[in-house]
Design a binder for this molecule. Structure first.
Ligand SMILES: [Zn+2]
Length: 219
């Protein structure tokens, strides 16, 4: 396939990040999808439907406009079935240039509580601020698209959300930033789970992370 140098570089980075999400265990099987905005154009590149993120290549990535209309580049692949909410986020948030929607086990387990992700470390509190949870709907449905878009619209300043009984959506100004946010969410959920296993109430863990003891008071 013939791509501009700019598009080729974006396809290479998108494939690399998508494969990394699979290797990190943020997604299993053919689930999840990762996308990036094409700079200066009302277009995105997104991973294809029905293909494991671990098998993403520069040539099976799909291009759409910002209304999820497939721009056929002749590679025979179709865009992810969640392209609708990716496009909705890009339309609403010009500062977002990349989105990772994945199904990490610990974070997804917390989504079943249908509450904010407990931010139990100083780093998660500083970087993620807050990770609210949106309700459940069928994968690829208009209802799920609307829930995700409303989740971001109703929580200004939130870069990431939990999806009840499903997974997470992490956004960022770059592909690396979106990946790092998804990675941090899963790690935070794992630490929250471990601290709960140690018998520490989640509310207590969140309180400690949110209000670390000032340096002057430490022994
Ligand atoms: Zn999903």
């Amino acid at each position: 396939m013939d791509y501009s140098n700019q598009e080729l570089a974006l396809r290479e980075e998108l494939a690399s990040i998508a494969i990394q999400t699979y290797r990190r265990g943020l997604v299993a099987g053919a689930g999840g999808n990762v996308s990036a905005r094409v700079p200066g154009r009302d277009e995105i590149l997104i991973t294809p439907t029905g293909v494991s993120l671990g098998m993403t290549t520069i040539d099976n990535i799909v291009k759409t406009d910002l209304h999820a209309n497939h721009i056929d580049t002749g590679n025979g692949h179709r865009p992810s079935k969640e392209t609708g909410f990716h496009c909705g986020i890009y339309r609403m948030h010009p500062e977002v240039n990349a989105i990772a929607h994945v199904h990490p086990p610990h974070a997804t387990a917390f989504s079943l509580k249908f509450a904010d992700l407990p931010l139990v470390t100083v780093g998660a509190t500083a970087i993620l601020k807050r990770v609210p949870c949106v309700d459940v709907a069928l994968s690829g449905s208009d209802e799920l698209r609307d829930l995700v878009e409303q989740g971001f619209a109703r929580n200004p300043g939130c870069r990431c959300i939990l999806m009840r009984a499903h997974g997470i959506v992490a956004t960022g100004p770059t592909l690396v930033a979106a990946y790092n946010a998804a990675d941090l969410i899963e790690d935070t959920a794992k630490i929250a789970y471990l601290s709960a296993m140690l018998g520490i109430p989640l509310e207590e863990s969140v309180k400690v992370a949110f209000s670390p003891i000032p340096q002057s008071m430490r022994v």
